[in-house]
Design a protein around this ligand. Structure first.
Ligand code: ZN
Length: 224
């Protein structure tokens, strides 16, 4: 299954993507991670990325698509992938469609994790970051072992950019950027909204439902 995951920054999309990776047995493909890997390897593509990135320029879509093409051809991604942070524009979405079509594949589902702005603002007030290892906790939804200590022993702090103003701005940018994509995939009937309010486990359970992954408890209930 080729799945695209959308969600506002701070809604736990990265964590959910990792969980889905395990549940679906397909890799998460993130352009940032893949570009870093190519540059570290010093591959031909990596050197091309370097040319743009060292000048502070955006990497052209064509190069990013070349990267996807290579990645989706690898054995672990033959049966599907989870796209996180891509596409960001409608032309990128169209290009991804063409790329998948060449491999006889298509975007099967777009899961959009939805969290309202008031909830996002309340959420950051309860967010804590470990000074030592960078682990992020939420005092209600993903609580640390103690309110001011990480499991690594580091001190938990509130990040300076975790302010209402920053969250509001990021949220509005996200909505503006994502709306045309949700419209593009919505016309194809591929978008499923997932309520992102609740614990990580609750949101994972909703995603599983939307994707059609029925857990053992659901299976036994339908049997009984
Ligand atoms: Zn820590």
């Amino acid at each position: 299954m080729d799945l695209i995951l959308f969600g506002p920054p701070g809604a736990g999309k990265g964590t959910q993507a990792k969980r889905l990776t395990e549940l679906l047995g397909t890799p998460q493909v993130s352009t940032g991670d893949m570009m870093r890997a190519e540059r570290a390897k010093g591959s031909e593509l990596g050197r091309k990325f370097d040319e743009f990135m060292s000048k502070g320029l955006l990497v052209p879509d064509a190069l990013v698509l070349e990267l996807f093409k290579q990645r989706l051809d690898q054995p672990d991604a033959k049966n599907g992938a989870i796209f996180d942070g891509y596409p960001r524009t409608v032309p990128q979405a169209e290009a991804l469609d063409r790329l998948l079509a060449e491999a006889g594949r298509k975007v099967d589902l777009v899961a959009s994790i939805e969290v309202g702005l008031p909830e996002m603002i309340e959420r950051i007030a309860l967010r804590r970051t470990c000074e030592a290892c960078g682990q992020i906790y939420h005092l209600r939804y993903n609580p640390p072992p103690s309110p001011d200590r990480c499991s690594c022993g580091g001190k938990l702090v509130q990040r300076p950019d975790d302010t209402e103003e920053v969250v509001r701005k990021r949220y509005e940018e996200y909505l503006a950027k994502t709306a045309p994509l949700l419209d593009y995939y919505g016309k194809k009937g591929l978008v499923r909204a997932v309520d992102g309010v609740g614990s990580l486990d609750e949101v994972t359970a909703r995603l599983k439902q939307v994707i059609g992954l029925t857990g053992p408890e659901v299976a036994s209930r339908t049997k009984g």
